[in-house]
Design a protein around this ligand. Structure first.
Ligand code: AMP
Ligand code: MN
Ligand code: MN
Length: 339
């Protein structure tokens, strides 16, 4: 089903796992990619699907645009993920997980010849590939991969369980966000029964930060700003700050959540410098404001409460244009009675 929200086309469930299942069984050589700056859901889904397909004696390669962040290197077989800016070979099937194909960094302008499979839960995914399964009601792409693996008839083992648990754990913000459902809890519970140690995942993802990262966080939060009525707050990470603290973009993961945690803040923004005149924005809301439409309008995408985009321009111009648009949607959406 399609509908329009803020003038932007969005979708609910599109496609189904059954048609994808037939292709996974029929073909032999697979490539799996995920979005740039991969997160726990992307990597957990990618590794779990590789492990399941290998149990069916398929050849599977993992290829991403960006390296695995330090905090996700504990995932089994993470060292098998190859990194590059163009695909080295041809495959029977190309699988993109947790992303629309263009956000992998590989499939912007042309699509490869082969079976094209896209499995995702982002509401802003346009679903352009022939074998697409989109379910925005899933808390994580890992939930969809869990369902696919059951349908494939592959027995889940501890490694697959650890990957899928990490997917759901990270995309639900440790089972705290509004995307947490009875189903995501049930799947996570089943995964624990396969021997996943929840503290191991927590420690790796949230309690193994480099000292410099915490110093960077200190600098960033010392300069938090907010609008006059306190509904929008933001922070900035510049190249200069990375240099000063010896950190990289990877170290800013989740910084935006501290900004959202302020009383009265409805929307938090992290502006992160990605080039001389380029900024990646991370948007987070407490639930009353839907950010996915704005992110899509800015050329990015995401979910209702978590979205992002990359913008070009001088910092002051980028900041002001984002804040003006945010002021508009916050005042508009806060007037609406809750549904
Ligand atoms: P981030 O702020 O990068 O953590 O992203 C928040 C959410 O929005 C995640 O689910 C991302 O996958 C999604 N997202 C971020 N940037 C983009 C983009 N340029 N296009 C589509 N989705 C995005
Ligand atoms: Mn992701
Ligand atoms: Mn995800």
């Amino acid at each position: 089903m399609n509908w329009k929200r803020n003038g932007i086309k969005t979708m609910t469930i599109k496609g189904n796992p059954e048609s994808i299942l037939a292709e996974l069984k029929r073909l032999n050589r697979f490539l799996i990619s995920v979005h740039v700056s991969p997160d726990g859901d992307a990597l957990g889904s990618q590794l779990a699907l590789m492990l399941a397909l290998k149990k069916l004696h398929k050849s599977v390669e993992l290829y991403n645009n960006d390296p695995v962040p330090e905090i996700y290197r504990f995932l089994p077989h993470a060292d098998e993920i190859r990194i590059g800016s163009s695909l080295p070979e041809t495959y029977d099937a190309y699988i993109v997980l947790d992303s629309d194909p263009s956000r992998t960094g590989f499939f912007q302008n042309s699509f490869p010849v082969g079976t094209l499979i896209n499995i995702d839960h982002h509401i802003t995914n346009e679903g352009v590939w022939p074998y697409t399964w989109l379910d925005p009601s899933a808390s994580a792409t890992g939930e969809l991969i869990y369902r696919l693996i059951l349908l494939l008839g592959v027995p889940i083992d501890r490694e697959i369980a650890l990957c899928l648990y990490t997917s759901i754990f990270t995309d639900t913000g440790s089972f705290r966000y509004t995307n947490t459902t009875p189903e995501s809890m049930r799947i996570a519970a089943t995964l624990l029964e396969y021997g996943v140690d929840p503290w191991l995942v927590t420690e790796q993802v949230y309690e193994s930060f480099a000292f410099q990262r915490v110093q960077l966080l200190g600098h960033v939060l010392a300069n938090i700003q907010r609008n006059p009525n306190g509904t929008i707050a933001w922070v900035v990470v510049t190249d200069d700050l990375y240099r000063k603290t010896g950190t990289t973009a990877q170290d800013t993961d989740n910084f935006v959540n501290f900004v959202r945690s302020v009383h009265g803040v409805e929307v938090a923004v992290l502006f992160r410098q990605t080039g001389d005149t380029q900024y990646k924005i991370s948007l987070r809301s407490k639930g009353r404001i839907d950010l996915s439409g704005l992110a899509q309008l800015l050329g990015g995408g995401g979910h209702k409460n978590a979205a992002g985009a990359t913008l070009n321009g001088l910092f002051e111009d980028v900041r002001d244009s984002v804040l003006v648009k945010l002021e508009h949607i916050v005042s508009l959406q806060l007037q609406k009675p809750a549904v």
